[in-house]
Design a protein around this ligand. Sequence first.
Ligand code: 9UX
Length: 72
Amino acid sequence: SILVCRLHIKGMTCTSCASTVESALQVVPGVQRASVALAIEEAEIRYDRRVISATQLIHAVEETGFEAILVT
Ligand code: 9UX
């Protein structure tokens, strides 16, 4: 039961910010793939919805200190 979601992430200003968010997402149980595009301030995450929800993915981003909003 694999889904893809995109999150808009506020406050990332450098590549290190983007790496922090990307790495945090990649180690979340249920996440199969996560990539962060700094230029468009977005994360695209492929995840198993039997393990984790989009809301929990948002919380995982916010633990790194950035605000996240569900795009799709
Ligand atoms: Mo870059 Mo982000 O120096 O919080 S790591 S600004």
